[in-house]
Design a protein around this ligand. Structure first.
Ligand code: NAD
Ligand code: DAU
Length: 397
């Protein structure tokens, strides 16, 4: 029997991970405890059917609340903590840094302490009970920003070690010569990434100081179903459907390495089961793309779907002819905007046999279709204070 404590399990990646574990391990003897504060980013609808399962339990609470967390460890014999809970949006961290330090750093520390107390209690000489692990879900943003050496992408050549593992991916490309590895020094450049780097350092410190069995995973930009429409891809899909302007920061030439969320969930599962204790694993998408190309692809894919399947046109809150690149609006750049992220996943590929199997072509099509088919979800999660937040953020751009 394995008992998971999944924090932030009602958010984007956390809810996809809950669904993944239910699908892959639901037949085995598992128990899933979800702890989530249900901030604007958390939504129980994301895990509606999983919550009906007898082995899934939901607790509304803050990872930083020592009493709530201690109570969970007292009630359940937790084997794996997977810490997704965080404030995750860079723009929000620029307007309100303190909340990011409270949740992402102090919250993680409270969780680490509770795990240390619970797991250390039966141990000899400071050791921990067998099979326990604390997995911190971190980000490539802790490494800072890479140079973008090429304006046009160049073929990405895999070394022999990677070639042996990567089977399904073809025509990979890159905008630069350098990539983040696990040895890249931490150099965060936004309050969000500084808070994630702080949390990573605490997790590493608990491993060194208290022998805590930990892993840290650092992944690139995720995309897929259930992502809150403040992040680039779902925001652009939402605005296209509504016929609203598409705010592209700066020149639109910044590059991100897009990772399909299900591939990410698989990687976390592999690290939980097979990752070497104390190690960091980078998780990338093998899919570098600049923002403006992503935005154009979204516009053109939605337009194509609307033309080929006219039933979808009823979703449009604008005229079909308005779904065009004229919606693009270049706005003032994000302060401290990181130029390029790109991950070298050699370690996880060669040690654990994982690589991102989903091509961007496949992943983005299924993501766009999910948003078209789930407009009610979009309306629900963006009701309330969302519109005011959005308007405030863009009024000066
Ligand atoms: P998200 O914002 O969609 O979800 C965060 C979840 O955490 C929400 O359900 C929210 O209610 C919950 N939460 C927030 N504060 C909490 C608290 N104090 N106590 C308990 N729950 C709380 O985030 P996401 O995009 O799913 O990201 C999940 C994790 O992955 C984060 O740690 C993030 O830093 C990391 N990450 C995300 C990406 C990405 O592209 N989305 C990439 C790399 C790393
Ligand atoms: O790299 C991993 C990180 O990816 C995660 O750690 C973060 O939690 C996640 O939010 C994401 O951070 P980014 O800042 O890269 O994601 P975002 O979707 O906010 O922006 C992606 C790119 O698009 C970035 O270069 C900024 C740009 N952008 C974003 C928005 C919201 C725009 O041009 N316009 C927009 O409206």
């Amino acid at each position: 029997m394995k008992t998971y404590l999944i924090t932030g399990g009602a958010g984007f990646i956390g809810s996809n991970f809950v669904q993944y574990i239910v699908k892959m391990h639901g037949q085995d003897d598992v128990q899933i405890i979800i702890l989530d504060a249900l901030t604007y980013a958390g939504n129980l609808k994301n895990i509606e059917s999983e919550l009906n399962l007898p082995y899934v339990h939901f607790i509304k609470g803050d990872i930083g609340d020592a009493d709530v967390v201690a109570d969970i460890f007292a009630k359940f014999d937790i084997d794996y903590v997977v810490n997704f809970a965080a404030e995750s949006h860079v723009d929000r961290s620029i307007s309100n840094p303190r909340l990011f330090l409270e949740t992402n750093i102090l919250g993680t520390q409270a969780l680490l302490d509770a795990a240390r107390r619970a797991w250390g209690k039966d141990s000899n000489a400071g050791g921990y009970a067998e099979g326990k692990k604390f997995l911190q879900v971190s980000t490539d943003e802790v490494y800072g920003s890479l140079e973008k050496e090429y304006d046009e992408p160049q073929p990405l050549r895999l070394d022999d070690k990677l070639k042996k593992v990567v089977e399904k991916r073809k025509n990979l490309k890159t905008f630069g010569k350098h990539f983040f590895t696990e040895d890249t020094p931490l150099s965060p450049r936004s309050p969000y990434s500084a808070s994630k780097a702080g949390a990573d350092m605490l997790v590493a410190a608990y491993h060194e100081t208290y022998g805590m069995p930990v892993n840290i995973t650092r992944c690139s930009n995720n995309y897929g179903a259930y992502q809150f429409p403040e992040k680039l891809i779902p925001l652009m899909i939402k605005n296209v459907i509504e016929g609203k302007k598409l705010p592209v920061y700066g020149t639109g030439m910044n590059v991100r390495d897009w990772l399909y969320v299900t591939d990410h969930c698989k990687a976390i599962d592999e690290v939980l089961e097979k990752g070497r204790i104390g190690e960091v694993y980078n998780i990338g998408g093998f899919n570098e793309e600049c923002n403006i190309n992503i935005v154009k692809l979204i516009i053109n894919t939605i337009s194509e779907i609307m033309h080929n399947e006219p039933a979808y046109q009823s979703l449009l809150r604008c005229r079909l002819e308005d779904v065009s690149e004229d919606l693009i609006s270049y706005v003032t750049d994000r302060p401290g905007h990181d130029k390029r992220y790109a991950i070298n996943p050699t370690k996880i590929a060669t040690e654990l046999g994982w690589y991102p199997e989903t091509s961007f072509e496949t992943g983005i099509k299924s993501t766009i279709r999910w948003y078209l088919d789930n407009q009610k979800w979009v309306d629900d999660v963006t009701s309330g204070d969302y519109q005011k937040y959005y308007d405030d953020m863009y009024k000066n751009r």
